[in-house]
Each structure stands twice: as structure tokens, then as C-alpha cells.
Design a protein around this ligand. Structure first.
Ligand code: NAD
Length: 255
């Protein structure tokens, strides 16, 4: 039994919805009869994704919307909110999922850090600031799902800007959860999705076959939907093994 918010005629907005985990979530929401808006950088993939979603949606193309949006830009995200409200009315699910991992170095160029933090962290903040106030005012249950990463918890060496951005997503989502809980009558809940190793454009790095042990985007989303129904705040995909990773890091510190 999925979460009751995932049901016919409710509205879902998914950033980074043109591929990978975002597209898999959009597909499941469309299959459930939701009206779905995918927001992503404008290119042909957005059109291809919309065609796929239209065939999955019982209501067809009328229930699918695309928006060319750079989530790091608050003005573009505010326009997204206005466009969704005009076409579908209020939003029931916001999934702040857009992310990049181009690689980074501690003393690397500042604009690389700004871009990674801009998309991965500011994208989540911009989405929440644009959509959450109206979601709260609507006085009905809703979900805000932010996509984090195990790297935001274990901060492994090698990609500092990505780690910092995802640690920020974790902290922001926890702060949001406190805020929502302390808002009288608020029926919106926040959730932090922490995918394991998922075979998507982000991780393919030239590979065409899913490596052993990696999950598909669809497996990840089905796991997420199961845990949303259980009311979990942290949705840690099992291969994350975060506690063990933290133990290993403590051993590293001791050395
Ligand atoms: P993906 O590359 O398939 O999807 C990311 C999507 O975000 C792409 O469609 C991309 O165009 C979009 N995007 C990038 N910059 C954007 C911007 N400025 N504005 C709007 N859209 C933008 O990768 P994915 O694996 O599906 O990643 C989804 C999320 O999951 C990301 O936040 C990523 O950090 C996170 N994640 C992925 C993995 C994994 O193993 N794949 C693990 C942990 C976390």
C-alpha cells in the first residue's frame, strides 16, 4: 500500500526528473494517476521523458508537464511554482532531486564549488522556499523528499564539494522537519532519501552495463515508496551501510 499522498489526481513536482532516480519516481507517480511535473535542464531528454511518462499515466499527456529549470536559480524555481499552480493547482509532493557530481578538489576553482553547491544544496533550498509555504497553507497532507547521499554522512576523501553539498542537504532536511513539526496543524512531512550506488547517468561514467551490486533507479524508488508509507524520515537504501562506514572512519581518525 503506497503512501496515501501518492494517489490519483494529486500533484507531484520532481526536479532532475528527466533521468535516473527522478524519472523513475515520476514514472511511479504517473502510474498511480498523479499529475506530474518534471523540471530539469531544458534539452531533448525532457521531451523524451515526457513521452515515457505520458504512456505510463492513465490520463495520458494531459497529466504530464515539463519545465526547463535550473534549480540553482531561485527566480527560475519561483516561475516553476507559478507554472505548476496554473496548470495543476497546488502541489502535494515536491521531490528536490536534481544533482550533479562533476568531481571537485579542495583547492580547486571556486566556481566549481559554487556550481556543485548551487545545484545540489541551493536547488533543494530554492525548491523548498518556493513550494513549501503554499503546501503548508493548503491544509492537506503532503511530502517533501530531498535526495541526499551517503557521502553527505561519511564524507569520504576525494570529492569535497559534493560531500559538503550533500551534508548540507541532510542538515537542511532535518531543519525543515523541525520547522514543519513546530508549525501548528502542518500536514507536510519531510524525508531524506539516501540512495546507495544506483546505475544512472550520474554514475555510469562510460559503462553501459549495470555493475554488480548497483541498484536500478526503479529499485531505489520502489524502496523509497515503501519507506514513505512506513513514515520514515531517513530513507537509507540498504547497500549504504552507513553505520559500518562511520565505524571505519572512526578507525581512520584513531590512526
Ligand atoms: P542523473 O544524472 O540521472 O539525474 C540527475 C538529473 O538532474 C539529470 O536529469 C540532470 O539533468 C538534472 N540536473 C542537473 N543539474 C540541474 C540543474 N541545475 N537544474 C535542474 N536539473 C538539473 O543522476 P541520478 O543518479 O538519478 O541523481 C539523482 C540524485 O540522486 C542526485 O541528487 C544525486 O546526487 C543523488 N544520488 C545518486 C546516487 C547514485 O548512485 N546514482 C547516489 C547518491 C545520491
Amino acid at each position: 500500500m503506497p503512501h496515501p499522498v501518492i494517489s490519483a489526481n494529486h500533484v507531484a513536482v520532481i526536479t532532475g526528473g528527466a533521468s535516473g532516480i527522478g524519472l523513475a519516481a515520476a514514472t511511479r507517480f504517473a502510474e498511480a494517476g498523479m499529475k506530474v511535473c518534471i523540471a530539469d535542464l531544458g534539452d531533448d531528454r525532457l521531451k523524451a521523458a515526457a513521452a515515457k511518462l505520458s504512456s505510463a499515466a492513465p490520463g495520458g499527456a494531459a497529466d504530464i508537464m515539463t519545465a526547463a529549470v535550473d534549480v540553482s536559480r531561485a527566480d527560475e524555481v519561483a516561475s516553476l511554482k507559478a507554472a505548476v499552480a496554473k496548470k495543476f493547482g497546488g502541489t502535494d509532493i515536491l521531490m528536490n532531486n536534481a544533482g550533479i557530481q562533476p568531481g571537485s578538489a579542495m583547492f580547486g576553482p571556486a566556481d566549481n564549488w559554487q556550481r556543485i553547491l548551487g545545484v545540489n544544496l541551493w536547488g533543494v533550498i530554492n525548491g523548498t522556499q518556493a513550494f513549501a509555504p503554499n503546501m503548508i497553507k493548503r491544509d492537506r497532507p503532503g511530502l517533501i523528499i530531498n535526495t541526499g547521499s551517503k557521502q553527505g554522512i561519511t564524507t569520504p576523501p576525494g570529492d569535497p564539494a559534493y560531500n559538503v553539498s550533500k551534508a548540507g542537504v541532510k542538515a537542511f532536511t532535518e531543519a525543515l522537519q523541525h520547522e514543519l513539526r513546530n508549525t501548528d496543524g502542518c500536514k507536510i512531512t519531510a524525508h531524506l532519501l539516501i540512495p546507495g550506488f544506483v546505475f544512472t547517468g550520474l554514475t555510469a561514467r562510460g559503462r553501459t552495463e549495470k555493475p554488480a551490486g548497483a541498484w536500478t533507479a526503479e529499485q531505489t524508488v520502489d524502496f523509497m515508496i515503501e519507506h514513505l508509507a512506513a513514515g520514515d524520515f531517513y530513507i537509507l537504501c540498504p547497500d549504504n551501510d552507513v553505520p559500518r562506514a562511520l565505524d571505519e572512519r572512526r578507525i581512520l581518525w584513531a590512526a
